[in-house]
Design a protein around this ligand. Structure first.
Ligand code: HEC
Length: 124
């Protein structure tokens, strides 16, 4: 009996913590980019890089160079496999993913935007 009670407690704690994880996503964080829309670096990705001041560290002394004038050429093609976000180091190593902790967390919309920018050809 006691074992069962512990099991039920463990399972409900697990379910509870899981639902908290999903509940914590901001509700507006679910953009849908129309499938035929083109996404340009200038318009969609550079503003994200600027917003988080990535160039504060990636200033030419640390690769990739994310200063506005250099970012596109620094990323494509060395860090971006056009058409394949999953295979792109830029996408794999965004802050919050496989990046040293720097106190930056991109929203899901921003991550989706970058992912779709790469998957749709990494246009300038
Ligand atoms: C506080 C400093 C700092 C900030 C701010 C920062 N980074 Fe980094 N970034 C680093 C360091 C340190 C590394 C690790 C370099 C290494 O692994 O050799 C790194 C690594 C990376 C890499 C992998 C580079 C490679 O060669 O594999 C990418 C991609 C990257 N950062 C993107 C970004 C983006 C995009 C932002 C802004 C959203 C950002 N970083 C903000 C310090 C920073």
């Amino acid at each position: 009996m006691k074992k069962n009670a512990l099991l039920i407690l463990a399972v409900s704690l697990l379910l509870f913590s899981n639902s908290c994880y999903y509940d914590s996503l901001p509700p507006e964080d679910d953009i849908e980019i129309p499938p035929d829309a083109t996404i340009s670096f200038e318009e969609a990705v550079l503003p994200i890089i600027a917003k988080y001041n990535c160039a504060g560290c990636h200033d030419g002394s640390l690769d990739p160079d994310l200063r506005a004038a250099n970012a596109y050429d620094a990323l494509v093609p060395d860090y971006v496999v056009s058409g394949n976000a999953a295979a792109s180091v830029f996408f794999q190593r965004l802050p919050g993913k496989n990046h040293p902790p720097v106190g930056i967390s991109l929203s899901n919309n921003e991550i989706t935007t970058i992912e779709e920018w790469i998957n749709r050809g990494a246009l300038e």
